[in-house]
Each structure stands twice: as structure tokens, then as C-alpha cells.
Design a protein around this ligand. Sequence first.
Ligand code: BTN
Length: 326
Amino acid sequence: MKAEILTLLRQRQDYISGQELCEKFGVSRTAVWKAVNQLKKEGYVIEAVQNKGYRLADVPEILSKDELESRIRTAWAGSPVYFYDEVDSTNIQAKRLAEEQAPHGSLVVADKQTAGRGRRGREWESPAGSNVYFTILLRPQFHPGQASMLTLVMALSVAKGIKSLTGAEAGIKWPNDIVLNGRKIVGILTEMSAEPDFIHHVVIGVGINVAKQGFPEELEQKAAALETELGRKVSRAALIQKIMEYFEEDYTVFVKAGDMSLLIGEYNCRLVNLDREVCVLDPAGEFNGIARGIDKNGELLVEVLDGSIRQVYAGEVSVRGIYGYV
Ligand code: BTN
């Protein structure tokens, strides 16, 4: 009931009488009063005025199950919410929950990860209280061959979420890093459990560096974080909420087309590699060329010296800017 009261207070932005809350939830005034007190203890500033009722006066930066549930109003993306103060990895936890029949759209969020994982077996530093670590669980009904494109869909939704919440023009470094001012601020790790022709589930894990504190010193120098780049505070819960809203839309568009064809324009206009020279680290041989955007399969089109176009598939290679990361 706490999350529902919070939802109502948030929507109303004005006083709601204790009576109305009692009636809505079919509970006593004392039960409402207790729930409101609990929320106050968690840090919400709730005014209680006689004859008027309760009003949400301020929401400090809180990341919790209630906070997320009261914000996320999508049809399926981000529901239910599984929140952990500490977990090994939200991707690993999402896979566990998938085995326990958690539904399509389930969202796993943690304040801290003790075994956060990046791509290619790397670690993902995940200190408490400062960043976003979440994983969404999907049960797609399409062919496993299409699943690698979901990473690109999520990259698009994250870039749009950041832009909408903060105004920052976050770019995408193909296939799925998010970059601000030339530095990586978001990483995405997609994992799938499938048979050759059937997907059991896909988990898409997103790590966003929001504040810098808590990183080991060597990373402190290298890492970029949203708040540091913007010079102001960013609400982690609001960021997750926005991303869920965009992801629900973008995923629906993706499924309708069965590929990236309806999202190419939006993706390419955020692509930081576009029309820039890239070095393609292909295990079969490195080559340089000019990135010309993605095609409908999410492959990067790279124009090589003789003017021909090579399609680069995300799973096999990585791409570097020739003068650095981008
Ligand atoms: C990368 O290497 O760029 C991908 C990093 C992905 C990190 C996120 S944080 C939430 C989720 N849980 C994990 O263990 N990893 C992903």
C-alpha cells in the first residue's frame, strides 16, 4: 500500500484527505497514517495538515522498490520491480528469477553489485549509492538470431531517456555504449538463454555512471559520470523510469518490424561514429574505414578505401575511433 499511496501523492501534487486514502485502499485511518509515517522515515517530505490531508512536499534522491513502483506507469516494461540494496549482479539475479518464472518485463535493480559484470568477462565497478544498475528480463517470441539487436534498441532507449530527463545529448558508440562529451557513461550487457530456434529469455543489463564517488582511484581518473559531466544532480529512479518508458515504445516498434528498420533513423542520428574513421578489430583481420550508420540488421556499415561497404556484425568485432575511444 505504501507504493500506491506514494503514487497517488505524486500524481495529485496537492493535498489528499486521509478519508480519500482510507476509502481508496479500504483500510483504517491508522493504517494510512502508519504508511505515511513509514514513507517519512524513508526520507519523503510529506506535509500533514488538519482538514486538508497529506501532500508530498519533496522527494529526496531515493532508490527503492516503492520509489520505482510509484513512478513506473508503463504497461509491462519495468514490472514487477525486484529491488536489492546489494546483489552479486542484476543480470545473474534476473537469470535466477527467469528460472522461477518471473514475467516478461520484470525489472531487477540494485543499489550496489558485488560481482557486476561487463562485456567480454570484464568487471563492472558497482559501488553503492551513486550509480544505476538494472536488468530487464524479456521473453521474446522471435528467432534467437534477432536477439543481438535488442542491445541496440536498449542503447537507443537509454540515450533518449538521458536526453529527456537531463537535456544532455548522449550519443551511441556502436553497438551499445553511451557516450557523453566523448567519454563512456553507460555500458550494456545482453545475455540470452535459447535453443537454436527458440528463446527462453533474454536479460539486458544496463550500468549508468551517475555520480563518481566510490570508484577505485585509477577508475576515478578515467571514468565519466553523468552528474560530473552535467554539473548537477540526477535522480536515479527518474532515469530508470524514463528508460522504461522509452524501451517499452522502442521494443514494440522493433517487434513490429522484426528488425531495426523503423529505428534506424533515430539510432543513426545519435551515432557518434557516424561519418568518422573507425578501426574494425575483426579477428579475421583489422581494417579501417568510414562508419556510415547501421542497416536494418543492426550491422555497422563501414566504407573502405575502394568505396565498397562492409557490414560489421556486432557479435564478432569491436570498433575503435582511430584517434581514441570514439
Ligand atoms: C560493458 O562492459 O560495457 C557492459 C557493462 C554492463 C554493466 C551492467 S550493470 C547492471 C548489469 N549487471 C551486471 O552485472 N552488468 C550489467
